[in-house]
Design a protein around this ligand. Sequence first.
Ligand SMILES: N[C@@H](CCC(=O)N[C@@H](CS)C(=O)NCC(=O)O)C(=O)O
Length: 122
Amino acid sequence: MVGIRWVLGQIILVLDFVTSPKPVVRDAAAQKAIDDVTASMSIYQFNTCPFCVKVRRQLRRHSLNIELRDAKNDAELKAELVREGGRHKVPCLRIEKANNSVQWLYESNDIIAYLKNQFDLA
Ligand SMILES: N[C@@H](CCC(=O)N[C@@H](CS)C(=O)NCC(=O)O)C(=O)O
């Protein structure tokens, strides 16, 4: 079972690599404005999780530079996700607000919708 999961994970990574979306290119000021906002975000994820790959492809397509945190292999990050987010489920977008409160957003579709809405993306 672990072996099959590993093989499927590798297939997902290869397919993702060969069909990788082309990143949008913005002028420096527009990209910096977005980078300033995404600096307060991070995504807890697994490398071979298909839902995480879906979110990562959107990040790449829209040139959103959001820190990726490995919640599978890093025990501290995994514990943090469960303790503060409430569930060991990925992907999860962590958003630090201006007032220092933190929002934990689960569900790949909800994460993508939030980012599209936040940055007015097509
Ligand atoms: N509906 C969720 C599904 C996410 C999901 O099933 N993630 C799996 C990894 S692919 C997970 O977090 N499993 C929990 C675990 O392995 O502990 C989404 O679209 O984000």
